[in-house]
Design a protein around this ligand. Sequence first.
Ligand code: NOJ
Length: 717
Amino acid sequence: MNRIERLIGEMSLAEKLGQLTMTAAGHAVTGPIVAADATEAIKAGTIGNLLNLFGADRVREMQRLAVEESHLGIPLLIGFDVVHGHRTLFPIPLGEAASFDPQLWALTAREAATEAAADGLTMTFAPMLDVSRDARWGRSAEGPGEDPWLGARMAEAKVRGFQDADLCAADALAAVAKHYCAYGAVTAGRDYASVDISERTVHEVHMPPFAAAVAAGVAAVMPAFTDLAGIPMTANGALLTGWLRRRLKFDGVIVSDFNAVGELIRHGIAADLTQAAALALNAGVDIDMMADAYRRGLPTALERGWVSMADIDASVRRVLRLKARLGLFDDPYRRGKTPEAAPVIAARRQLARAAGARAIVMLKNDGILPLAESVRNLAVIGPLADAAAEMRGPWWGAADPEDPVSVLAGLRGMLGELRVPHQPGVEIDGENVAGFAGALELCAQADAILLCVGESAAMSGEAASRAHLGLPGRQRQLAEAVLERARALRKPVIAVLFSGRALIVPWLIERADAVLAAWFPGSEAGNAIADLIMGRVSPSGRTPVSWPCAMGQVPLFYGQRPSGRPGDPMDRFTSKYLDAPDAPLFAFGHGLTYGVFALSDLRVTADRVSENDTLEIRVDVANRGARTAEETVFLFTHDKLASVARPLLELKGFGKIRLNPGQSGTVTIFLDANELCFLGPDLEPVFEPGEVEILVGPCADRSRLLVATIHLVPPRP
Ligand code: NOJ
């Protein structure tokens, strides 16, 4: 009998439920790391997993209690939200998505895992894979943006990065794909609210990133807090066991979200913890995080025959198998054994700097950027300029709030203190305008003005939905005053927006000379921004969300289905707003560079294509600008006539090319024709013969895409 079966055979019910329980440990430096009763429970084997504990020594001590002082000696899983970095922070995931760079996505995850594993961790509650089309939802910041295909590519890269090839390596973490499924579709963008969308949308839009994570071998999955049409995901047997385990063949661990099993009572589908525990276990949830429902409820549920010992054992088996895969039985102390060397940490900071710059999207540039050397005085104004802690974004892992490089520090480091005067002008969310005068005074001496405005880190992420997506507090008033003064003085203004979502600030975008969407760039924020502003790096980020011009456009996304009455300004009875454009201010994929690119000569290898073919799509790109830059070329498809109306555009690929001034090149994108399958009327994949448009260009604005047509045909005999 193997070790796992032997252990299961020796375990009491309480010990089994311990393996299915994950409890939080505080990491206050001054107090106990884990409550005394939890320490006793670890020794008794009735708590088998911890979260929110890091630091090699603390982890080692807890692991020691489990391994050396409990009767079965089973090591603990130690989980933490290493979402976009641990101590070194990379840009928030929405920002990283903007880099459209799978290699970078994998690399930052690899570095985050290495750093977190050196701190004793074994599991990260990441990647967050919720497709979000509603900027009100604060958790948009944590995920890949609006596109399912992009989400799937990010899922693969992140799983590969966190877990690496070998989960038992001392620097590998078990990844947790979350939050399964459709959490991004909460009603009106309000966090934790109900989700009620079609089954088709669940499978076409929200499922692909999870399917990709499973295919990439993700170790664990976390169900969303939310319900889907009345069935909370934590009790959703059809999607957890039926779809995830049976259809997608996921054989890893399902770990609940924080207290989500207990919250089944509030959802109104369980009368008490016993029923909640039974519903979750029967649906397929292996580990109960923080509700203590399994330990308290499952013994009674078992007595009543609501759950079976076989199902409890199956969950315990999955948990133990994961511990074995992580190498914890062979050496529970392998993670956190060796402190990281200084050069390793320094190289990681360099990666954070490069990633920070690659995430930034230049939304607008009238020519002021990159800043000329002749700019001797750059007035830096706004509450986000000297805001190191905010640069971390909503999941800061174990990063010290003082550690990130602020915009001010980055610019002063590059240009010297004297050339970069600063006034915050106002607080991020305050009412006090006493600082306006000082800020406006800076404009007179300045050659250019850098306005750093936006949200605080806490205004996005979990429980951070917003109904107004403009600048908080009095920032708009400050920005308008600065813009006005600058116009009178004929000084250019560059606005840098910090946010966990697309902000709706059309007035600012119209009036500033240049606008950068910086998201939250992480530990090296200020250096990354300085690199870009000073032209050491050419901007290459592209927005992974359609950028609204009015609140009423939200939810907004490019992959809409055709209307029977497409918008026509000359015809009243068509699909449009009376008081706002229906097009976004910036299309999905928009982002300027310091080059000027022209695309031409779209070629597709074949005209008649069957399901097993691979297409090669080529387009020529020329840089007609005066600077070296990287262009991103997107491949969309449109199935014009099908048994189910298909979206007007569907992302199927992208390619990049870096060109010097005057240089030309060709971008080649491969497309497997089976990517042109879609879910037919019965929600099963079909490959339907007919015409499909291949559209290639710089963003999801149809008027800027080159188009070719191919014909899908039945397989050749
Ligand atoms: C709640 C969040 O929804 C989830 O994303 C996170 O992993 C857990 N808390 C643990 O911190």
